[in-house]
Design a protein around this ligand. Sequence first.
Ligand code: HEM
Length: 179
Amino acid sequence: MEKLQDELRAVIGSTRLVEESDVGNLPYLRAVVKETMRLHPVLPLLVPHTAKQQCEVNGYDIPSSTMAYVNVWAIGRDPTAWEKPLEFYPDRFLCSNIDLRGQHFELLPFGSGRRACPGLALGISNVHLMLGNLVHAFDWEAVEEIDLTEKFGIVCKLANPLVAKAELRVPRKLFEAER
Ligand code: HEM
């Protein structure tokens, strides 16, 4: 949190909010989002895919009409693909060319190929903007102990919602609408 706030303070300053055009200058913010999506992908099993015809994948015979789930949650924690897979360590992405576009198969939070998410650009820019501003504009303090246990389901969510206290760290007037 502190490292991200330092980056935001250095790049944005304290007199304005984060804008979409800033994201290119915020490598640590982008790394935090990748690391979060590696450990907690929004759709842990993507959406079900069906084989239109019989085929072979990696030596396995897949009959026509087989429904396949891709467990990106497990891939993101695979110790053969990631060093210290269970550690939240955004820095691992700072010197890496791994992106979210589905060409690096160890990180697939938006899927890959023809049926990959068509909303990637819109989705990711909103996540950067919202997270960037929440961390830039507020200091956060957990009210109870942070519990990252996940609830099984189509969408990845916390079993016990996080309750946190926010304290403003930029001038209040940045949130007031101009008249
Ligand atoms: C952070 C935000 C988002 C995440 C993490 C996300 C993730 C995904 C994933 C994992 C899939 C399944 C891909 C696969 O099975 O290979 C998907 C499919 C899809 N997403 Fe997103 N998505 C996001 C935002 C959006 C937005 C903003 C839109 C629309 C404006 C959108 C529209 C769709 C559609 C239409 C599909 C189905 C594509 C198909 O089956 O051909 N998504 N998304």
